[in-house]
Ligand binder design. Structure first.
Ligand SMILES: CSC[C@H]1O[C@H](OP(=O)(O)O)[C@H](O)[C@@H]1O
Length: 348
């Protein structure tokens, strides 16, 4: 594989480096990833995170192992299956591993590095296409609210929802962003604020429970969120808290857009009921941890409900902003998601 460089992952001179997102924004530390166990741990601890990035990181690791020429086809197949199961909700991981397995079985081990590189470059291009389709939807002097993190820390390109925001900003539009801190792991408060500052985009950090008040006061012109899996009928899973944002946006007549590449669409999943939702450790809700260490504010053994994602039904979505275009509810209800993917020669 050639050297590859992105905000949160690098392949340099035969070594795979990952930016430890658990330590951001106050510490930028790079971790050397040398094995399947390393990558699985990094994904499960959200040192590597974000639906598209997870898939690309796993693909680069597999390509790296293949390039070392010290693994059999069966060992690489097992590695792909292990990586595929690292986190259950973001379908990009499964789609990417299936692409790598297809190459392994139809072309051979020596073609895996090339496929990993293709997937990397494809994500960069998909992010750019999404941004160009979405930017026209944001008018000048827009106040956009976003949830979790969907930028260059969640992809290997400019991002999805944040990519759209960044493109509109780069076009000279006056865009202000309300950033949901996104409990419990604070991807918004830690990572999106880091990205907004890096791109000099005006922004205001809020607690998740403040979003409805801003909508009621007419201070939000649009909500843009990412996705971890979009079902065939347009229902989608995203970071927990997205569903309540969609309900509040619907109630306050605020346009609500989901932004994703085609690699996030799961046409084999008929609707949101079929999307597996990852349950995570109680400690994430009982306290908080990061570069500073950890603090636990709940009584010992406090029972916790900690789904990492929730599902938003298609009827609450104003539009789906994909790399193939912007789709309305009637488009999606008529099966356009599947058609758009197939018409562009993209098969999942
Ligand atoms: C580019 S969309 C990324 C998507 O992934 C995030 O989840 P996590 O931080 O747990 O990987 C979140 O759901 C984002 O919307």
């Amino acid at each position: 594989m050639h050297n590859l460089q992105a905000t949160s992952i690098r392949y340099l001179d035969g070594q795979l480096w990952v930016l430890d997102q658990h330590q951001l924004p106050h510490q930028e530390s790079w971790l050397l990833c040398q094995s399947v166990d390393d990558m699985v741990n990094m994904i499960q601890h959200l040192q590597v995170r974000g639906a598209p990035l997870i898939g690309i990181a796993a693909s680069l690791l597999l390509g790296h192992l293949a390039a070392s020429q010290s693994y059999t086809l069966e060992q690489l197949r097992e590695a792909a299956e292990t990586l595929r199961a690292a986190r259950p909700t973001a379908v990009n991981l499964m789609n990417n591993m299936d692409s790598m397995l297809a190459v392994l079985h139809t072309q051979g081990i020596e073609y895996l590095p090339q496929e990993a590189e293709r997937l990397f470059n494809e994500d960069v291009a998909l992010c750019n296409a999404i941004a160009q389709h979405g930017a026209p939807l944001l008018g000048n002097n827009s106040n956009v609210l976003t949830h979790c993190n969907t930028g260059s820390l969640a992809t290997v390109g400019v991002g999805t929802a944040i990519g759209v925001i960044q493109a509109a900003h780069a076009q000279g539009k006056n865009i202000h962003v309300y950033v949901d801190e996104t409990r419990p792991l604070l991807q918004g408060g830690r990572l999106t604020t880091w990205e907004m500052k890096k791109h000099d985009i005006p922004h205001t950090l809020i607690c998740d429970n403040m979003a409805a008040l801003l909508m009621r006061e007419g201070k939000v012109d649009a909500v843009l969120v990412g996705a971890d899996r979009i079902a065939a009928n347009g229902d989608f899973a995203n970071k927990v808290g997205t569903y309540s944002l969609a309900v509040n946006a619907h109630y306050h007549h605020v346009p609500f857009y989901v932004v994703a590449p085609y690699t996030t669409v799961d046409t084999e999943c008929p609707d949101g009921n079929g999307i597996p939702i990852e349950e995570r450790a109680a400690a994430e809700v009982q306290g908080v941890s990061g570069h500073f260490g950890s603090v636990n504010w709940s009584p010992e053994e406090t029972p916790v409900f900690n789904p990492a994602f929730d599902v938003t039904p298609a009827n609450l979505v104003t539009g789906w902003i994909l790399d193939t275009g912007v789709y309305t509810q009637s488009d999606v209800a008529s099966g356009v998601l599947k058609a758009a993917l197939q018409s562009d020669g993209k098969t999942l």
